[in-house]
Design a protein around this ligand. Structure first.
Ligand SMILES: *[C@@H]1O[C@H](CO)[C@@H](O)[C@H](O)[C@H]1NC(C)=O
Ligand SMILES: *[C@@H]1O[C@H](CO)[C@@H](O)[C@H](O)[C@H]1NC(C)=O
Ligand SMILES: *[C@@H]1O[C@H](CO)[C@@H](O)[C@H](O)[C@H]1NC(C)=O
Ligand SMILES: *[C@@H]1O[C@H](CO)[C@@H](O)[C@H](O)[C@H]1NC(C)=O
Ligand SMILES: *[C@@H]1O[C@H](CO)[C@@H](O)[C@H](O)[C@H]1NC(C)=O
Ligand SMILES: *[C@@H]1O[C@H](CO)[C@@H](O)[C@H](O)[C@H]1NC(C)=O
Ligand SMILES: *[C@@H]1O[C@H](CO)[C@@H](O)[C@H](O)[C@H]1NC(C)=O
Ligand SMILES: *[C@@H]1O[C@H](CO)[C@@H](O)[C@H](O)[C@H]1NC(C)=O
Ligand SMILES: *[C@@H]1O[C@H](CO)[C@@H](O)[C@H](O)[C@H]1NC(C)=O
Ligand SMILES: *[C@@H]1O[C@H](CO)[C@@H](O)[C@H](O)[C@H]1NC(C)=O
Ligand SMILES: *[C@@H]1O[C@H](CO)[C@@H](O)[C@H](O)[C@H]1NC(C)=O
Ligand SMILES: *[C@@H]1O[C@H](CO)[C@@H](O)[C@H](O)[C@H]1NC(C)=O
Length: 333
């Protein structure tokens, strides 16, 4: 009697003791390797408030900032943004091998270089490290991330030149390197892209030299080279057969004659302000469905063609040229 009571009691105790463990392991989806790595990352980032939900006793697939793939319960998304975080990007991030989306964005005090551990994340499709204080070069190891479709390193303190190897990323839809302190030229190799043609955002750097002619062979959709020190003739990026839609070449030292440039029908936004562009505005501009135009602060001359959208823009789209005239500017003599 005593003995059997003891057995029953022990049995209950066992159940009670094992219950939390039993129920957690039965329902927890989180992969234990991923959980261990995430807790390392949390510690490396000094336990920020944004990661307060990362409690080791709970299922990491329920944690904020990360997401699990419902098929294999591995961490596929790491999206940390708008936070007061001091420190570097933890190298442990490279030990989340299933990551497809990695975002560190708008973090107040994330410094240091982009860790080479990122090169391990060969499943990455979207990599966005922006509005942080990252410094050092644009790494060449990105070329190992063959599946990248979106690479955004904008609004950092990156220095050095744009690696020629980036042209090996054949699946890129967009490359954002704007708002850094990059120097050197736009790589000739970008004309070698044989896969997708990415939207290129290179503005607000210190890029120099002329734009490689090889880029004229590609059908871009968006080109933003604004606010650099680029020189020369870029009219080869236009042409009747091109597919470009949005162009921003403003605030450089581009120098060419606009008179005979042919613009494709696809063009909707053209910002050429603050360059040394001469000649006149081609008549064919009236045939375009332009939503934005700014050719101010150049060396243009002659009558603004009448028609199309050209009179819908205000004076500031045209002012500060050599001798442009006609509506919306004062009439020509
Ligand atoms: C970040 O910290 C600063 C001062 O330490 C504070 O003023 C600011 O509100 C904080 N921002 C966020 C998003 O917590
Ligand atoms: C930024 O982080 C460094 C350490 O990484 C720290 O010394 C510094 O006080 C932090 N600055 C701010 C404004 O939080
Ligand atoms: C990359 O992954 C391998 C194997 O998982 C690991 O041994 C190595 O330390 C990782 N490298 C970096 C830089 O994280
Ligand atoms: C790239 O993506 C394809 C298809 O989405 C996948 O089969 C392949 O394993 C991925 N490659 C790498 C290196 O992750
Ligand atoms: C980070 O960058 C921002 C914007 O460029 C700057 O205002 C801030 O002082 C930088 N912080 C550090 C710690 O360098
Ligand atoms: C780009 O292509 C040219 C030939 O078209 C070749 O000479 C050059 O090595 C290539 N560059 C890169 C970086 O692939
Ligand atoms: C750009 O480079 C020039 C000369 O190399 C330098 O004088 C200038 O300060 C740089 N500008 C920026 C914004 O870094
Ligand atoms: C660019 O687009 C035009 C029009 O769609 C097409 O005729 C041409 O073959 C394309 N060129 C390249 C290099 O893809
Ligand atoms: C073009 O770039 C300049 C400088 O980066 C920016 O101020 C301007 O708003 C851009 N134009 C358009 C139409 O986005
Ligand atoms: C544009 O395309 C047409 C036919 O699609 C072709 O005849 C013409 O040569 C092309 N023009 C240029 C400048 O590539
Ligand atoms: C621009 O080209 C047109 C047409 O070829 C020519 O009449 C004009 O003189 C040129 N303007 C300048 C400033 O070179
Ligand atoms: C065109 O650019 C000039 C110079 O940056 C600027 O002052 C003006 O407001 C711009 N106009 C429009 C319509 O964007």
């Amino acid at each position: 009697m005593k003995n059997s009571n003891f057995v029953i009691l022990s049995f209950y105790c066992l159940i009670l003791l094992s219950k939390p463990f039993f129920s957690l392991s039965a329902t927890e989806r989180c992969n234990p390797d991923d959980k261990k790595v995430l807790l390392q990352i949390k510690q490396a980032l000094n336990n920020p408030y944004q990661l307060a939900s990362w409690n080791p006793n709970t299922d990491c697939c329920d944690w904020y900032v990360v997401d699990c793939d419902p098929n294999n319960n591995r961490i596929v998304t790491f999206n940390l943004f708008s936070a007061n975080i001091s420190g570097q990007i933890p190298a442990a991030i490279g030990d989340l091998p299933y990551l497809e989306t990695l975002v560190f964005r708008k973090l107040t005090n994330v410094t240091g270089q982009i860790p080479s551990a990122v090169a391990n994340l060969t499943n990455l499709k979207l990599l966005r490290l922006s509005y942080t204080n990252l410094s050092g070069p644009v790494p060449t190891f990105f070329t190992q991330l063959k599946n990248l479709t979106f690479l955004d390193l904008s609004f950092n303190d990156l220095t050095g030149s744009i690696p020629v190897e980036l042209s090996l990323l054949q699946n890129l839809d967009a490359l954002h390197l704007d708002r850094n302190r990059l120097t050197g030229t736009i790589p000739e190799s970008f004309g070698n892209l044989t896969g997708k043609v990415p939207d290129l955002y290179l503005s607000h750097n210190n890029l120099t030299g002329s734009v490689p002619k090889s880029l004229g062979d590609l059908n871009f959709t968006v080109l933003d080279f604004s606010q650099n020190n680029l020189i020369g003739d870029i009219s080869f990026l236009f042409g009747r057969n091109k597919t470009i839609q949005i162009v921003n070449f403003s605030r450089n030292m581009f120098e060419f004659n606009l008179s005979n440039v042919q613009f494709p029908d696809s063009l909707t936004s053209l910002d050429l302000n603050h360059n040394m562009i001469s000649g006149s505005l081609p008549q064919d501009l009236t045939k375009l469905n332009l939503q934005f135009l700014n050719v101010s602060y150049n060396r243009l001359c002659g009558q603004i063609p009448a028609g199309g959208k050209l009179q819908s823009f205000d004076v500031s789209s045209y002012f500060h040229n050599k001798c442009l005239c006609g509506a919306p500017l004062p009439a020509c003599n």
